[in-house]
Design a protein around this ligand. Structure first.
Ligand code: UD1
Length: 354
């Protein structure tokens, strides 16, 4: 069986890693990279560190407005799907690469499986929310990471084509956590193990308005310990455009971290402050408290179990949120057992779609 994965952005490379391992020897696996993310630190380093074979094709689509970026991908992917004629097209998560691949494939009658199906923020301002909903409804097979996601799929009438497989992010996180255990993170001068926060910001709702971004940066700068701000290119660009200095108070801007380095750095931190979906979950899996700068989260289990606190409009509560007492220890595994990728491959090999 020939399975064609489409990836394009940083979180998709992380999810591809366990899938590529699980596919080895079981299916012919073609990887098409759209080129949505293209910087060394946003792309290549993930393939290298996570042992992912180089993509068979890179469309080098690059940055652009949503329509232009998605449209260029659609045209490029259509040609690749016709060339490879896969038995399944596997799409990941919620980016413009996900949506473009789903649309291109279904129009050509190639079966589409959506990994990380059923997540909902119910926030229609997020481009990712539209990408998720449209992809789930186009897909022939929805591969859900959690019970909550299965519930959303059922509510939308998609239960008959949905399978609960668990979360492949748990697979990769467990493996990398074990491989970096005992290693010291590479910290900037004057920053000590256990005495810093890790932060990332990239969502348009936090970065695009100068007032909003300035308020968040002021909040981070005023915290009681250094904040390692692993700056996404979007953040660097917009801060410069808005005339906002990222290097304020305790903030130490650093380049985006490679995955093993990110895991090692979070493991030794006091807490995480982020608007990234993946990082909220990684913090939970490592049992590091997280504060999420968003009005809602798709990963509601992290909040229900007490390991994640949402801070949105009122940024004056950021310091209190970050300093809250540690939640009760938990053995809960809402994100699966670390073997989701095997279940994905089993399902693709065993399920036939008319
Ligand atoms: C995208 C995804 C988001 C995901 C995030 C992870 C969409 C709509 N959003 O957001 O779901 O959580 O990736 O990072 O698909 N840039 C570079 N170098 C790069 C990549 C991007 O400089 O390698 C800059 C470009 O100027 C670009 C901007 O970052 O305009 C934003 O990139 P884009 O791919 O549009 O979306 P992200 O904000 O990265």
């Amino acid at each position: 069986m020939r399975i064609l994965s489409v990836v394009g952005a940083r979180p998709q490379f992380v999810k591809l890693a366990p899938i590529a391992r699980a596919m080895a020897g079981r299916a012919e696996h073609i990887v098409v990279h759209t080129g949505q993310h293209y910087d060394e630190l946003m792309s290549d380093v993930f393939f290298r560190d996570l042992g992912i074979p180089a993509p068979d094709v890179n469309l080098a689509v690059g940055s652009g407005k949503h329509g232009q970026q998605t449209g260029t991908m659609l045209a490029g992917l259509e040609a690749e799907f016709e060339r490879f004629a896969p038995d399944w097209v596997l799409v990941y998560g919620d980016t413009n690469s996900t949506l473009a691949a789903a649309i291109a494939a279904v129009k050509l009658h190639f079966p589409v499986a959506h990994l990380e199906a059923g997540l909902r923020s119910f926030n229609r301002r997020m481009p990712e929310e539209h990408n998720r909903v449209l992809t789930d409804h186009a897909a022939d097979l929805c591969l859900a990471p959690t019970e909550v996601a299965m519930g959303h799929l059922a509510h939308e009438g998609l239960v008959d084509r949905s399978v609960l497989v668990g979360d492949v992010m748990t697979d990769v996180l467990h493996r990398v956590r074990d491989s970096v255990a005992g290693t010291e993170p590479d910290l900037p001068l004057g920053v000590h193990v256990g005495e810093y926060y890790v932060s990332t910001l990239h969502r348009p709702d936090n970065t695009d308005s100068p007032e909003r971004l300035a308020a968040i940066i002021e909040g981070l700068a005023a915290l009681d310990a250094p904040v390692l701000l692993a700056a996404h290119p979007r953040l660097v660009q917009l801060a410069a455009q808005h005339g906002i200095d990222l290097e304020q108070g305790g903030i130490r801007p650093i380049a985006p971290l490679a995955y093993p380095q990110l895991v090692a750095t979070v493991m030794q931190s006091r807490g995480v402050i982020t608007d990234s979906g993946g990082l909220q979950k990684e913090a939970f899996l490592l049992r590091v408290p997280c504060t999420t700068i968003r009005p809602e989260t798709e990963w509601v289990e992290t909040v229900e179990l007490g390991w994640n606190t949402l801070v949105s409009d009122d940024l004056s509560i950021l310091a209190d949120a970050v300093h809250r007492p540690l939640p009760p220890a938990t053995e809960a595994t809402p994100y699966g057992d670390g073997h989701a990728a095997d279940r994905v491959v089993d399902t693709l090999l065993g399920v036939s779609v008319d």
